[in-house]
Design a protein around this ligand. Structure first.
Ligand SMILES: C[S@@+](CC[C@H](N)C(=O)[O-])C[C@H]1O[C@@H](n2cnc3c(N)ncnc32)[C@H](O)[C@@H]1O
Length: 322
């Protein structure tokens, strides 16, 4: 990396959005990948969610970064570059940059191209001495040799904040962690945010807020289909439906059809019966001891654990086991 701003577009969504939606909506249990909630509009809605009183995740994690500032800063390798999966806004990296002078580079990776470009340019204006290389890509499909070339000369720190890991399946988490091991190698670190199990009441309020912002975020999938897949579906025919699945310790977001529906995506006919749902996102809630044990089995050492005061959320500082 040189002291500069770079942008690489690996065009991750152009083909897969259409194909994934067709596959997902022609199954018996209809389902779409959570990544499809994020186009520019979806990223903007997510930013509004982060400001909501009911959405505790962002506040809890920022509280942790404030309280553990010195510890995290001293744990980062000198001369490091932060590789952030699903970077979203510049809020959390700005917080880390305030904490530590050891950070020399930043590689934000996100699927939401326009938002990524805006946020990384804004960050570069505020931190012109930072080497920034933004990559529009699916973080589950990274070419680790390409990442190694980009971070050449710096010590890598993979940053995966928020509760995004909870949106992934068990196989995807394992794949992501294997990829992370290749990126950070022996000298690097990972800073990982984990959302913890808590009462159903707190969780349901966070994922079905009183202002209806999460509902708009979820329904953006339908608007996105209309914009990009030439459908003409009335989003009012769907209701945002968040449930807590107690057996699986996860919040599920669905779009529930309020009437029988019928539409086409190209040559593919999609039908939904009244009350049938499209499962758009799961958000797994963890027990920190269980998750730490799992990390251990896949080769990570948990170096530090930081909780917020309510113990709603945890940030783990990880390195590879020797
Ligand atoms: C829940 S938001 C978290 C944003 C930010 N990291 C935070 O903690 O506030 C998830 C972010 O990851 C991005 N994203 C979701 N799935 C992705 C994928 N498979 N590859 C790349 N980016 C993804 C979204 O566009 C969005 O910016």
């Amino acid at each position: 990396m040189k002291m500069s701003f770079d942008f690489t577009d690996l065009a991750p969504t152009t083909v897969s959005f259409r194909d994934d939606v067709i596959v997902g909506l022609t199954q018996q249990l209809k389902k779409t990948s959570p990544m499809h909630l994020y186009d520019e509009r979806g990223s903007q809605f997510f930013e509004q969610i982060c400001e909501l009183e009911e959405y505790y995740v962002t506040r809890a994690e920022m509280e942790i970064f404030d309280a553990a500032a010195l510890h995290i800063s001293e744990a980062l390798p000198s001369n490091c570059t932060i590789v952030e999966y699903g970077s979203g806004s510049d809020r959390k990296i700005s917080q880390l940059l305030k904490l530590s002078k050891r950070i020399k580079g930043y590689v934000p990776i996100d699927i939401s191209k326009t938002f990524l470009l805006k946020m990384s340019k804004k960050l570069w204006q505020n931190y012109p001495h930072l080497d920034i290389h933004a990559i529009c890509a699916n973080f589950l499909q990274l070419d680790t040799d390409h990442i190694a070339k980009i971070i050449d000369g710096y010590n890598p720190v993979v940053f995966f904040p928020g509760s995004s890991i909870g949106n992934l399946s068990a196989d995807e988490i394992t794949k992501l962690l294997m990829q992370t091991k290749k990126i950070i190698g022996g000298q690097g670190k990972m800073i990982l945010g984990i959302d913890l199990q808590k009462t159903e009441e707190v969780l349901l309020q966070a994922y079905d807020d009183s202002k209806g912002v999460t509902a708009l975020f979820n329904k953006n999938l339908i608007h996105r289909m209309n914009r990009e897949l030439q459908t003409n579906i009335d989003a009012n025919c769907f209701k945002h439906h968040a449930i807590y699945n107690e057996n699986k310790n996860r919040i599920e977001m669905h779009l529930k059809a309020l009437q029988d529906l019928h539409f086409w995506i190209g040559d593919y006919e999609i039908t939904l019966q009244k009350n049938e749902t499209i499962h758009t996102e799961s958000s797994q809630k963890y027990n920190v001891d269980d998750f730490s044990r799992f990390l251990n089995t896949v080769g990570f050492k948990v170096e530090s654990i930081f909780f917020d005061t309510k113990k709603y959320f945890v940030v783990l500082l990880l390195a590879l086991k020797k």
